[in-house]
Design a protein around this ligand. Structure first.
Ligand code: AMP
Length: 219
């Protein structure tokens, strides 16, 4: 099953980051999160970061020409030559087309959709706390609790800058508009699988691996 090129689809808060990291470790391929890359670019104040900052803050999509260039460059790195877990890209049909061109003559093997109901992702995002030092993500016991100790390095895990009620609303709204055409893009090419994303991370991982394992008898 190694050597797969997987795209993760699903709502914000569905667990794409968590499953992306788990799947990448399991398959021995890099986990490429465009959200993480853009947040790092903003922190560093690079040219990409300066262009992207206001979009991230508002929960809007960064323009295609910016994000496509970032992804193309990342996919050209040697560690992505034999497989990758893409998390947060593509988000639109235009990005799916650009990805297909960037990968040619290879292609995305499968889009793995992690399905979590809207009410559940609202609950998860309200209590999500992320460690600014190591990227660990976990849940506060109560949405009003500002920070929790990071389960990775012990620093304080805090609310993500775009996990404000307004930005959450906007991000989910954009996602709902783009999700159907994007699913359709992969479904029409027989490359869409959907797994139930509720329950513990290990339960979801098990479902994801089973779904990926069914793709090829040699896996
Ligand atoms: P995420 O961590 O995937 O929720 O992404 C956080 C933010 O980064 C999004 O709200 C967008 O502003 C930006 N972003 C991440 N991936 C993309 C993408 N594929 N296209 C456009 N903007 C993106």
């Amino acid at each position: 099953m190694s050597g797969l090129r997987v795209v993760l689809l699903g709502r914000q808060g569905a667990g794409k980051g968590t499953q992306g990291a788990l799947l990448a470790a399991h398959l021995g391929v890099p986990h490429v999160s465009t959200g993480d890359m853009l947040r790092a670019a903003v922190r560093e104040g690079s040219a990409v970061g300066q262009r992207a900052a206001r979009y991230l803050e508002a929960g809007e999509l960064v323009p295609d020409e910016v994000i496509v260039a970032v992804v193309r460059e990342r996919l050209a790195a040697p560690d992505a030559a034999t497989g990758v877990i893409l998390d947060g890209f593509p988000r639109t049909v235009a990005q799916a087309d650009a990805l297909e061109t960037a990968l040619a003559p290879r292609r995305v093997d499968v889009a793995l959709e992690i399905d979590v109901p809207l009410e559940e992702v609202h609950r998860r995002l309200a209590s999500r706390r992320v460690c600014p030092a190591c990227g660990w993500s976990g849940a506060a016991p109560d949405p009003d609790v500002a920070s929790v100790p990071c389960g990775g390095c012990g620093a304080a895990a805090v609310r993500r800058a775009d996990d404000t009620p307004e930005a959450i609303r906007r991000r989910l709204e954009i996602n709902e508009a783009q999700a159907a055409p994007l699913r359709g893009w992969f479904a029409s090419r027989h490359r869409l699988v959907t797994v139930d994303g509720t329950g513990s991370p290990s339960a979801v991982l098990e479902r994801a691996l089973a779904a990926l394992g069914r793709l090829s008898p040699a896996a």
